[in-house]
Design a protein around this ligand. Structure first.
Ligand SMILES: NC(=O)CC[C@H](N)C(=O)O
Length: 186
């Protein structure tokens, strides 16, 4: 029998780990173990060579503006290959700062514009004050109950603006993408 094995690429674990985003990787590793699936985590930091096509899953966490600014150019340079792999069906979970940089751009609280990969049609502008606290969103993912529960901590307000980009859920509690349209994630 061939051994089943998943390779997860964890992008920028050193910088993009604002509030224990690494826990997502630990949960996936544990779930794989329960199912007898081998699980390898490949950490990818600024300057590391990495071929997205060799990964089965990609994870990227969030970061403060300073950390996000540190990794932004490196992430953008990986854009063509990563977007090609995503278009080819590679699943990616991106939290907050990682998610923001998959849109067209993220503007820091200090006004710097960090270009994103443009994988989906969205942009992020700084808001008045940080959105911090618990979030509950209702999803169409077909899960029972249909609610996702999490924690948010972001200064940026993300707006989905076209194409088939749809939010992950409708916010029942908290701010979500921008505090206005009730969307959360993508
Ligand atoms: N939680 C985060 O990843 C924060 C992302 C970004 N620096 C913001 O404040 O909006």
């Amino acid at each position: 029998m061939t051994e089943r094995r998943l390779v997860l690429a964890h992008l920028y674990p050193e910088h993009m780990n604002l509030y224990g985003d690494r826990g997502n990787v630990l949960a996936l590793a544990r779930r794989a173990r329960w199912r007898g699936i081998g699980f390898t985590v490949q950490a990818v930091e600024v300057g590391d060579s990495w071929d997205p096509a060799a990964a089965d899953l990609v994870f990227m966490g969030g970061g403060e503006d300073r950390q996000q600014t540190r990794i932004a150019a490196d992430f953008l340079a990986r854009g063509d290959r990563l977007v090609a792999a995503l278009a080819n069906g590679l699943p990616m979970l991106a939290v907050c700062g990682g998610y923001q940089l998959l849109g067209r751009y993220y503007r820091t609280a200090g006004g710097e514009r960090l270009p994103g990969l443009g994988w989906f049609s969205a942009y992020t502008e700084p808001g008045a004050g940080r959105a911090v606290g618990d979030v509950v969103a209702e999803t169409d993912l077909g899960i029972d109950p249909p609610t996702l529960v999490g924690f948010e901590n972001h200064g940026g307000r993300t707006f989905l603006d076209g194409g088939d980009t749809r939010p992950l859920g409708r916010v029942l509690l908290g701010q979500g993408n921008n505090g206005r349209d009730r969307g959360r994630g993508r």
